[in-house]
Design a protein around this ligand. Structure first.
Ligand code: ASC
Length: 151
């Protein structure tokens, strides 16, 4: 299935503005949703990483397109960690996600802020700016994974 990026972004934006809880028919859907959003985010973040690390040539327009998707996707996974979703397997999420909700939320908000900065950096059309923002965003991913992900 192929969706135009504006459509995906419109859906993502609409979803992000809804209340976080009780939008899923069953907990398994919530888990699939959060894992899917994280997967899409990592694919597009990885494409920026390939440019930043010189594995593919720097393409300013592609960097912006990828960063737009990363920034939108970063808003989505958190709705999928609601009550009851801690019992669904398989998952790499640690129980602390649910027992330390306020701290976990701080990590969520940090990531959303970092990906907005990543997009802003991409729009400057400067590879140097992109490198800095990519590194900072990657550290934010890792900072949460180190505490809340099993591997
Ligand atoms: C990625 C990806 C992550 C982060 C993390 C950064 O591309 O899939 O989980 O970057 O590795 O430290």
């Amino acid at each position: 299935m192929k969706f135009a990026i504006p459509f995906v972004l419109a859906v993502a934006t609409a979803a992000a503005s809804l209340p976080a809880a009780a939008q899923f028919a069953k907990p398994e859907d919530a888990v699939k949703y959060r894992q899917s959003a994280l997967f899409i985010m990592s694919q597009h973040f990885g494409r920026i990483g390939a440019m930043v690390n010189g594995r593919v040539p720097y393409d300013a327009a592609a960097a912006v397109q990828n960063a737009e998707i990363v920034a939108e996707m970063s808003k989505l996974p958190w709705a999928g960690f609601g009550p009851g979703t801690d019992k669904v397997t398989p998952t790499r999420a640690k129980p602390e996600v649910w027992t330390e909700q306020a701290k976990f939320k701080e990590h969520n908000e940090k990531l959303v802020g970092e990906t907005a900065k990543l997009l802003a950096a991409a729009k400057t059309n400067s590879l140097d700016n992109l490198k800095v923002a990519f590194g900072s965003t990657a550290n934010t991913c890792k900072g949460c994974h180190d505490v809340y992900r099993k591997d």
